[in-house]
Unconditional design. Structure first.
Length: 362
């Protein structure tokens, strides 16, 4: 029985995911020399092992349990809301943001797991109602599912994750067959909310990053420092890079957040264009295998879940790499599987495990 399931494993889905984590570990290791602190590297290795175990465990479980377990999904959703609300009370303030619970020597971020639960919830909701999307009620109800966690995340404040949730919702609506008229109304409402957010929601440092993105000379030594150092690191890597553990921006601490937001720049410095090509090709293969499951699925739930997971990963890739290249403002979005962070890593592997289950039982 186990051997039969192992034969159905899609190694073209799993191998690029693991490779991306390994590439991230190289930069996490190099950047650890600056403070002579390798604890994050050790933790990420442990998270990788746990993530792979979870991925394989979920791949052996019939995904139809999730599709048919309406109450289970509601319970997961409520747990996520409680977890997000608890951050406002119990989470320590780290650089002005309350996004992680501190449990002993590790931090747990419920936002990342909330993304996976919302993909499941939207897939469940639209799998039986996609033919009724002409009714505005279904668009509004699904929007409420996104609104509740989005408001709690915005209060932390964590703008980047809110953007991801909104784009996830819009993406699933488009795949489900939303009418053009309704889509244009949503876009108009989004523009209105975006304009209001400048006055009522965005913090001063959010505004500074956006202004610096539009006008790079606004605060080059403050809000623009991180991006400037990232661009220097990317450019200095050239074609073949400076070599593993030889990147001066990474190893000597000139590149801020080298383990998280700007880990892509660290890979570019140490492994050059070759390393960048390896990262992008690994992401391309990973996303293609996820989208393939969506295309070959014979029912709506796996089709929508796979597409939703692909949307979440693609949006994070575009924003993170855009931040590193100076093409987008810095909003604190990690590079999936590559950046340091146990919660993000485990949540992504959970999503991949569910997709693998859907592929195995197609």
């Amino acid at each position: 029985m186990l051997s039969e399931k192992l034969k159905k494993i899609d190694w073209l889905l799993i191998c690029p995911a693991v490779l991306l984590v390994v590439l991230g570990l190289t930069v996490i290791y190099s950047s650890s020399f600056y403070h002579s602190d390798f604890f994050n590297f050790q933790k990420q290795v442990i998270f990788l092992i746990i993530g792979v175990i979870l991925m394989f465990a979920l791949s052996f479980i019939d995904w139809r349990i999730l599709r048919d377990g309406s109450y289970f999904l509601v319970i997961l959703y409520i747990i996520c809301l409680i977890g997000l609300a608890g951050l406002l009370i119990f989470a320590p303030n780290i650089r002005g943001i309350q996004s992680w619970y501190r449990i002993g020597l590790i931090s747990v971020g419920p936002i990342e797991f909330t993304k996976i639960v919302l993909v499941l919830l939207l897939a469940k909701y639209f799998s039986t109602r996609h033919v009724e999307l002409y009714r505005i009620r279904h668009i509004l109800v699904s929007g409420l599912y996104i609104l509740a966690p989005a408001v709690l995340i915005l209060l932390e404040p964590e703008l980047g994750s809110v953007i991801i949730l909104i784009l996830l919702w819009i993406g699933v609506l488009l795949i489900s067959g939303i009418k053009l008229r309704h889509f244009l109304i949503l876009c108009l409402a989004g523009l209105i909310l975006l304009s209001l957010s400048w006055t009522f929601f965005l913090k001063d440092y959010h505004k500074a990053r956006i202004i610096n993105f539009i006008t790079p000379s606004f605060a080059p030594l403050e809000a623009g420092w991180n991006q400037a150092q990232a661009i220097i690191a990317i450019g200095s890597g050239e074609i073949f890079g400076k070599g593993f553990n030889q990147g001066t921006q990474v190893r000597y601490g000139f590149l801020p957040a080298a383990q998280t937001d700007f880990i892509f720049a660290g890979i570019a410095e140490e492994f050059g264009l070759i390393g960048v090509a390896l990262v992008l090709s690994s992401f391309f293969l990973l996303i293609w295998r996820i989208i393939r499951v969506s295309l070959i699925s014979q029912s709506n739930f796996p089709r929508l879940f796979s597409a939703g997971l692909a949307i979440v990963i693609i949006v994070q890739i575009i924003i993170n790499i855009g931040m590193n290249l100076g093409l987008m403002p810095v909003i604190g979005i990690p590079l999936p599987l590559v950046s340091y962070g146990g919660s993000s890593l485990l949540a992504t592997f959970i999503g991949i495990g569910i997709v693998q289950s859907m592929e195995s039982f197609v």
